[in-house]
Ligand binder design. Structure first.
Ligand code: ADP
Length: 265
């Protein structure tokens, strides 16, 4: 096998990828909330949307249809990330229309993705959170092989139906040729508690999935996140950052960053 060239980011201390088996489990929401909480805790934070075919970061941060500033520095072009809520944000959605990215073949998509990392002026970053596309395709593979990811967090729902895909994803990260530490599992949409019945929990998507996966892969169930009323609406309207300041959401994600940062000390 030929040697794969790596993208090096010497000013970025830790790179954490957020992955999932299937789409729609809340991977982008978790990535964005995690970045918001890192930034609110005083860490220099970046968020990279590597979900080329359905970039959600521009929507979640109310930056749809915005285009990046590209500066010419000597011989080189350098992309300047958007900065919002103290997070440096990068998404292929800032460069091309999603329809355009859809017709890219694997190698073109991979090279566009790598440019997001290597040709951006990041400055100093403590935590870079990367929102990977779901599954085990070209893009997560390229990224793992060419970018120095410190660890991966797997997002899943408790539902058994999504397990086959999650297990494939975990197996890919653990493959000796990829060898990215799985930092743990986040179970999203674990239960629903109606506002008017705060003592009740309804397990709409089943129960115990995150724990089962953690045990099977000798990993840790980092967190269970309930279904949160109004989250969809806040996300669609680009207000996720305001929403993430609600005490119950802050305390969920503070717990997650406490667990993640303890793994790096
Ligand atoms: P993915 O990145 O896995 O495709 P998203 O983060 O886009 O998933 O989430 C899918 C949908 O579910 C979005 O509409 C999002 O607002 C919603 N969602 C995610 N997590 C939760 C949650 N804990 N409670 C309520 N809605 C959620």
């Amino acid at each position: 096998m030929h040697k794969i060239e790596k993208v090096t980011l010497p000013n970025v201390k830790h790179i954490i990828a957020i992955a999932s088996g299937k789409g729609g489990v809340g991977k982008s929401t978790v990535a964005a909330n995690l970045a918001l909480t890192f930034a609110q805790s005083g860490y220099k934070t970046a968020l990279v949307d590597a979900d080329l075919y359905s970039p959600s970061i521009p929507i979640l941060f109310g930056l749809e249809n915005q285009h990046l500033l590209i500066e010419q520095r000597g011989e080189k072009h350098v992309m300047i990330p958007f900065e919002k809520n103290k997070i440096k944000l990068m998404s292929v959605g800032f460069l091309v229309n999603p329809e355009q990215a859809l017709i890219w073949r694997g190698p073109m998509a991979s090279s566009a993705l790598l440019q997001l990392f290597s040709e951006t002026d990041w400055g100093e970053i403590d935590y870079m959170v990367v929102d990977l596309p779901p599954g085990t395709g070209d893009i997560p593979l390229t990224l793992c092989q060419q970018v120095d990811i410190d660890g991966v967090i797997i997002v899943t729902t408790p539902q058994k139906l999504s397990f086959a895909d999650v297990q494939k994803a975990i197996t890919m990260f653990k493959n000796p040729d990829i060898n990215k530490p799985v930092l743990g599992i986040v179970e999203n949409m674990s239960w629903f508690t109606p506002l008017e019945h705060p003592d009740e929990k309804y397990f709409l998507f089943g129960k115990g999935g995150g724990q089962y996966l953690a045990k099977k892969f000798n990993s840790e169930l980092l967190l269970q996140i309930p279904l949160i009323q109004d989250l969809c609406d806040a996300s669609d309207r680009g207000f996720l950052s305001d929403f993430s300041k609600r005490p119950e959401i802050l305390s969920i994600y503070n717990e997650l960053i406490r667990k993640i940062s303890s793994k790096f000390n």
